[in-house]
Design a protein around this ligand. Structure first.
Ligand code: NAD
Length: 691
């Protein structure tokens, strides 16, 4: 007998125990075992009812992700469900912990469901761009009210067990031992008529046509171009208007269509990419990690405050340090304001806010007892070196010394200590308490245990930690510089900020480059460019953005930038004054304005990311293409349904990307385009970045 599910009979009740760690994923072996046990129970005259049970953490997490893309052996889940439907004995699902996706579908094909308190159920398939493909779209609306069923399936939200009981999805909440409760429940239903969900009518009062017209309109608005939510609505409508088997057929067709579509492929790529980032080839999973029980953040400014909040949110005491009391107080006040805003939105309880604030101490002295120090002071090498020199003298042995620098050389910072093995970069993104990306910058001498600890800490802080080698700009900003370079060249040639932004927004970016620059502050880019003019003579820059800055147009904060802004409003408004500045610049550099297609705009900007990404991969700065994708998905507003720049390039075809770049080489500032050797090689071999 397979080990993936065990079978036992107690007092005339067959107990099928799912046993496929870690989450009782419904893999090949588990499905086969459940099928076999169901048949056995049905055939045994001594068995009066059947309980399917997992453990107290997972009834089942759904499809086994380890088998995604691998060969699936029969029986598939619909066949197991068909066997459940054919049973003549009551079937009880005993849910401890989570019943998700296929796991919930397994439970929905039972006649009864009971659960432990604090269990949660849900159909999260939509998050991977697909729909519940084994009867979920047909069974759920037959047991919970249609509007709620549609909400659950189109958002993938979890349903707490108490609410599930209220809606009729759960028959009983078991206090005490789940198996004992299940056995007692099963005995109580022996001999009663079998209540199959498939035989019920969908729970919808009124006219389905009118109801679904309204739902469709609402979901279309919320689904932002993703096809799965609307496909789910169509299946739910089928549940209300067609016989069960017809509805199932429609569900199957929709499932297959979504599975093959680009959006789901991208979302599934993202799902796996996120799980890959913490795998570092030369730092195995069993690398010893250091304890992080106390943290110190140096610099109570924009970034330091947000970083300190991350520690407090994770329950780790943190000291926030700045040069003087006024600076510290200002930092703390901002933190308090941020928490209070979350409380007023109802997303945090006042008592949790108080608890978190209680974990944040402040000081104007560096504390000697922290396990990790994160420096977030001004972006100046002399200031950073001074701090690291002090930390070297004062920190206890084994403490991790981290820097939040965006542009400075982490190895040079490490060299100002006698313990470069303990130095690492932790590059948070702004706002640091919100953004999920954390670039973990591995210095030449960073110890493996320091790297492993920082990666683990990143996860504890609920970030997506991605390893980057040391280079100018690390992964994200190094690529962004090429994107920015092209965005300005497009202005030189005649595009307007609003045209460029609209094209990128249509592509799916959270915002276009000029809206982004205005938000970040154009003075920051100007400062960097001024330095670059000296440091990087190989890098051609348009001076068009400087002309904007020379007028004091620093963006939102000055009410004028690439756009103009009305007081108290962040909506960018095109400004004819900007057109005049650009026209003057174009005559200065003697460029005749040409009309540029949205397609060219998107290709120039996105392929600039891809080409630099290829270099970053080739140089070993990023460990894998999917890490680069995660950086852009979690830190730069890249649309999830495109899977990140490298994945997107794979879907376009690297040969096409290369030939577009070769075309750009013949255009304006074409010398700035040099196809990355890795791109050329992979394109020639018909391969992909993500293989
Ligand atoms: P900020 O100017 O808002 O804050 C810096 C703080 O450091 C100030 O409060 C200042 O008083 C304090 N400080 C300066 N010298 C100090 C010293 N010797 N001892 C103690 N405190 C000192 O700057 P920020 O935007 O928070 O940036 C901090 C760091 O984070 C920089 O290295 C920056 O490059 C990096 N970073 C910034 C962003 C961003 O979007 N702002 C994003 C990622 C990384």
């Amino acid at each position: 007998m397979s080990e993936a599910a065990q079978y036992a009979v107690r007092d005339g009740i067959a107990v099928i125990t799912l046993n496929n760690p870690p989450v009782n994923g419904l893999g090949n072996e588990l499905r086969a075992a459940v099928m076999q046990h169901l048949k056995k129970a049905e055939a045994d005259a001594a068995v009066k009812a059947v309980v399917i049970i997992g453990n107290t953490r997972f009834f089942s997490g759904g499809a086994d992700i380890r088998e995604f893309g691998a060969t699936r052996l029969p029986p598939d889940l619909p066949e197991v469900n068909a066997q459940q439907d054919a049973m003549q004995k009551p079937l009880v699902a005993a849910i401890g912990g989570f019943a998700l996706g296929g796991g919930l579908e397994l439970a929905l094909a039972c006649h009864y469901r009971i659960a432990l308190p604090r269990s949660q159920v849900g159909l999260p398939e939509v998050k991977l761009g697909i729909l519940p493909g084994s009867g979920g779209t047909q069974r759920l609306p037959r047991i919970v009210p249609m509007a709620e069923a549609v909400r659950l399936m189109t958002t993938g939200a979890m349903l707490p067990v108490e609410k599930a009981k209220e809606l009729g999805l759960i028959d009983e909440i078991v206090q005490g031992d789940l198996l004992e409760g299940a056995l007692a429940f099963a005995k109580s239903v022996v001999g009663k008529p079998l209540r199959r969900i498939r035989d019920q009518k969908a729970k919808l009062d009124g006219d389905p046509k009118a109801f679904f017209a309204q739902v469709r309109e609402q979901v279309a608005k919320e689904s932002k171009g993703y096809p799965a939510p609307l496909e789910i609505v169509a299946c739910a409508e089928a549940a209300a208007t067609l016989p069960f088997d017809e509805g199932r057929k429609q569900e199957r067709v929709g499932f297959e269509r979504l599975m093959k579509g680009p959006e789901s492929k991208a979302l599934r790529h993202m799902f796996f990419a996120e799980r890959q980032t913490s795998k570092i080839p030369d730092v195995p999973d069993d690398t010893p990690v250091r304890e992080v029980k106390k943290a110190a953040v140096i610099g109570a400014g924009t970034m330091g405050g947000g970083i300190a909040m991350n520690f407090a949110n994770a329950g780790i005491p943190v000291t926030l340090i700045d040069m003087n009391q006024a600076a510290v107080d200002k930092g703390l006040a901002t933190i308090r304001k941020n928490y209070a805003a979350t409380v007023s939105k109802g997303r945090l309880k006042q008592e949790d806010m108080d608890k978190r604030l209680g974990l944040i101490k402040s000081s104007i002295e560096l504390p000697p007892d922290a396990d990790i120090y994160i420096e977030a002071v001004f972006e100046r090498m002399d200031v950073k070196k001074d701090i690291f020199g002090k930390l070297d003298k004062l920190a206890k042995p084994g403490a991790i010394l981290a820097t939040n620098t965006s542009t400075l050389d982490v190895d040079a910072i490490a060299a100002s200590t006698k313990r470069p093995q303990d130095v690492i970069g932790t590059h948070f993104f702004s706002p640091a308490n919100v953004m999920r990306l954390l670039e973990v910058v591995r210095g030449k001498q960073t110890d493996k245990s320091v790297l492993a600890t920082t990666m683990k800490l990143g996860k504890a802080l609920k970030k997506v930690p991605v390893v980057s080698g040391v280079c100018d700009g690390f992964i994200g900003n190094r690529m962004l510089e090429k994107y920015g370079q092209q965005s300005l060249f497009l202005l030189d040639e005649g595009a307007s900020p609003q045209q460029v932004d609209a094209a990128l927004a249509k592509f799916g970016m959270a915002m276009g480059p000029f809206t982004m620059y205005d938000m970040a502050g154009n003075d920051i880019g100007w400062e960097i460019r001024k330095r670059r003019y000296q440091e990087r003579p190989d890098f051609a820059y348009s001076r068009i953005a400087d002309r904007i800055c020379e007028q004091g147009r620093f963006g939102q904060k000055t009410g004028r930038g690439f756009y103009k802004y009305e007081a108290g409003n962040r909506k960018p408004i095109p400004d004819p004054e900007v057109d005049r500045i650009f026209d003057a610049y174009r005559s200065e550099i003697k460029i005749a304005r040409r009309s540029i297609s949205d397609e060219e705009i998107v290709e120039r900007l996105i392929y600039a990311l891809v080409n630099e990404g290829a270099r970053i991969l080739e140089e070993g700065i990023a460990l894998r293409a999917s890490d680069i994708d995660m950086v852009y998905l979690t830190g730069y507003g890249f649309p999830p349904y495109r899977g990140g720049p490298m994945f997107y390039a794979d879907t376009v075809g690297l040969d096409k990307v290369l030939s577009a770049i070769q075309g750009f080489q013949k255009g304006y500032q074409g010398a700035q385009w040099k196809p990355a050797p890795l791109l050329v090689k992979l394109a020639k071999e018909g391969r992909k970045f993500n293989e």
